[in-house]
Design a protein. Structure first.
Lengths: 255, 255
């Protein structure tokens, strides 16, 4: 099977123009078939603030009301997505920006309003591999933002890690698929205060042990859970690594 | 040759959610191959205002400085484009939103800074028919916003009428192409105050006569000029009509 890399970057890269530029220059050199999934970053929050839209939070999590959905759709699917696509074109990587609505690529379901009504937040229901094959078969890199639709005209804001994992899982039937989750640290650390303590590989047994020993931080737990879900769904391997070392052997491999 | 309709809607439809919904429901029923090009509307201006970005105007025309480009990219390529795409999906029309950067579909050149520096405004240089064929050959309707790129990483704001005409011209080599420019009036009017005075067809001779007689309004002149440029470039016919009567025989045919 042909190799496919599904690579996800988060807000820490997007908020830093020179880190984003460096990352995209590296990304463009990857010769395998590839898909880029990007998160949001602080631009959306700053824009909401400038527009005087007060953030509504419940238990530390943002509620996506109608005004907020408009702003995140604009910022994620418009500003960030097109900035990335234009930069990739500059580096010779033919790219196409997608939301889940485009080519009906990803259908989400609005999260139930109980116990907490998060507003226009979606959970991925279906990934349409044909939508991604259309681009892959033409040598075009899909650049995916985490805005999806429900198929009935409603856009929904979705978690970018989950979107990346769902795409990787859906493509694993026809590609040897690797999911790469880039973030600000060097990998999964044995000691969270020591950047040199990267755990090279984690299998399920080690994951259970790390959890028992309380070595998995609250932020890392959903990332690892997501990674093992992807493995269970057929993804060959998941790599958690620094966005600054995309093309270097580095980070933590989950398999 | 297969028929292709390139249809352009402007701000008057986009600013009116129920008119936009009606238009898109009609648009989805068109069985010919089709491409939709959309303008901006007042949302971008309102957003700039809310964000406290003061409009810079020279001789009544907006200057697209760096902040303004960010906002129009967000609003046109993100909010408006994805709202249209999700609505078309609801009506069973598989659609994909595009800026000129996506699939390298449209390359523009930044307008010269003299005599007036309009900022990040582009004029269409190249339309890549292969980018549109990719979607047409899969039965997917491209939904195009008027944000392009220069191929060197710079996004540029471009006139949507010109984008529509340039796409129609580029596709006319391989399709029997009709360009439909939708706007708020019934067509080109003989008497601008009488909506019933629609001129059914205009050829070059009549256009010259109308200009001589001063019957072409300042707003209509560039639209007609654009239409005849498209005809000269190989487009079969151009129709200028009301966005409310998309699927009805109506408006003014230019050929």
């Amino acid at each position: 099977m042909e190799k496919l890399k599904v690579i996800k970057i988060g807000g820490n890269v997007i908020d830093n123009p020179s880190a984003l530029e460096d990352f995209l220059r590296d990304f463009a050199t990857i010769s395998d078939a590839k898909i880029l999934v990007h998160g949001g970053g602080a631009i959306a929050s700053r824009t909401l603030e400038k527009m005087g839209i007060e953030p509504k939070m419940i238990e530390g999590r943002r509620i996506t009301d109608a005004d907020t959905l408009q702003v995140v759709t604009a910022v994620y699917a418009g500003l960030i997505n097109k900035t990335i696509v234009a930069t990739l074109q500059k580096y010779g990587c033919n790219a196409a920006g997608l939301s889940g609505a485009d080519c009906n690529a990803i259908v989400s379901r609005k999260r139930a309003a109980t116990p907490v009504d998060y507003g226009f937040v979606g959970d991925v229901e279906t990934v349409n591999p044909g939508a991604f094959d259309l681009f892959l078969s033409s040598g075009i890199t899909a650049v995916v933002c985490a805005i999806n639709h429900d198929g009935h005209g409603q856009l929904l804001n979705t978690n970018a890690d989950t979107v990346a994992a769902a795409i990787a899982a859906a493509m694993s039937g026809s590609y040897d698929t690797e999911l790469v989750l880039c973030f600000e640290k060097e990998g999964v650390l044995m000691d969270k205060d020591n950047d040199k303590s990267v755990i090279p590989t984690i299998d399920k047994a080690l994951f259970e042990r790390l959890k028992r020993e309380g070595r998995v931080s609250a932020g890392m737990l959903p990332k690892l859970k997501n990674a093992f879900d992807a493995i269970d769904a057929g993804v060959e391997r998941v790599i958690i690594k620094s966005s600054g070392k995309l093309t270097l052997e580095s980070g933590t491999t989950i398999q």
